[in-house]
Design a protein around this ligand. Sequence first.
Ligand code: SF4
Length: 170
Amino acid sequence: MGIEPIIGSQQIDARLKHKEEESNEKKRGISIYPFKIKNRYFNYKITSDRLMASAVIDCVLEDEYGRLIPVEYKSMRSKDDGKVYSDHKYQITFYAILLEEACKKACVEGYIHYDDTLARVYITDGMKMYVIRIMSRIRRMVEEERLPPIRVSKRKCNGGCGYRYLCYGY
Ligand code: SF4
């Protein structure tokens, strides 16, 4: 809809975290992932005409079988010391959908680097179907130029997405 987020300190922190993690990934001799890495791609741009969607993924790992695995860096602690937040889970699922379309191989896992842990996300068919349903609802909203309902209470919203000025007017 041509609406831009207002970038706050949280997003700037996240960008710094990306840079730091990118350099850590490049320096690492021993893999922290349970598979052999053939290639690592940072800030991986991907578009699907079929799904009318695109993304820039923090890091994509290619394993020895040519499978692509998404990695996301978050500058925050994990949920309850080790768990993944559900919006992060579905973000990585969205990346998996785009990647499996690109490499024509199933993408069934992704990784999230939190400040305190590296979390592995198992991506099921049910999670992919859920994201595809949400994507079609988003496309309809864009076509109809309709804003989504606000689902987060003012108290809980930290405005990390950059759209607080639209939801709450500041
Ligand atoms: S409720 Fe908060 S997190 Fe959700 S879109 Fe609005 S500003 Fe962003």
